[in-house]
Ligand binder design. Structure first.
Ligand code: HEM
Length: 204
């Protein structure tokens, strides 16, 4: 389990999505700097990023499923972008991660929803990353499937996810747990990227 670099800001009166976004803004900026869009076109850097996501998702998907009631498992399975990642590794001849990552502990359904916010939201940034990768000759069918994800369906799937998060995190205590878990999810991935890419960045 990783500790947050900086604890989340206290909840305010904004809606759940606005609060999750505000709580994690600096954490998003940190991971954005670590991944570095321009360097994603460097094959070594890109391979390192893919292997970090591979190690992370291998542990994260079961952890989220374990923390959410069974009625959500089909919903989660239908959103998994891990098969895309495995396809990228195979197409590019990159060895899968050596071992699963250690992921943040998700001790409640609310915490799991906070973590889901991070990974589902990352599909939005993935659309920007996809355009950048295309300039390096990496396309959804050839090495860029994970970040392309659901492509044109991304916006509608995000809307559906937002509605679910608004419903599940209406209670302020649940939202506080979710914000904390969302920050820790970002930090876990950032720490893994720092180690794999030998970069150093801190939350701004
Ligand atoms: C180079 C790396 C990245 C870039 C350039 C990037 C860029 C963006 C952009 C432009 C958006 C807004 C998209 C929109 O509103 O249509 C976004 C949203 C988001 N990204 Fe990233 N992203 C990156 C990496 C990540 C990663 C690795 C994660 C988490 C694992 C992440 C999590 C999120 C989340 C949760 C949102 C939704 C924010 C909200 O609207 O509440 N991003 N990203």
């Amino acid at each position: 389990m990783f500790s947050a670099v900086r604890s989340c800001p206290p909840a305010d009166r904004a809606g759940p999505l606005a609060q999750l976004r505000a709580a994690t803004r600096a954490h998003h900026q940190r991971i954005d700097r670590l991944m570095d869009l321009r360097r994603m076109r460097d094959p070594g850097h890109y391979a390192g990023v893919l292997r970090v996501f591979d190690a992370f998702l291998a542990a994260w998907e079961p952890a989220v499923a374990a923390a959410l009631p069974p009625q959500w498992h089909a919903w989660l399975d239908a959103r998994s972008r891990r098969p895309f990642l495995e396809r990228d590794l195979a197409v590019l001849g990159i060895a899968p991660a050596d071992a699963d990552a250690r992921v943040p502990s998700l001790s409640s359904a609310a915490a799991a929803w906070g973590s889901v916010y991070v990974m589902e939201g990352s599909a939005l940034g993935g659309q920007f990353i996809t355009r950048s990768l295309a300039e390096a000759g990496l396309f959804p069918h050839r090495g860029a499937a994970y970040f392309h994800g659901w492509g044109e369906r991304t916006a509608s799937m995000w809307r559906d996810c937002r509605t679910t998060l608004e419903e599940q995190l209406a209670d302020p205590r649940a939202l506080a747990d979710a914000c904390d878990a969302a920050c820790r999810t970002f930090d876990t991935l950032s720490n893994l990227l720092e180690s794999a890419l030998h970069e150093r960045t801190a939350v701004a």
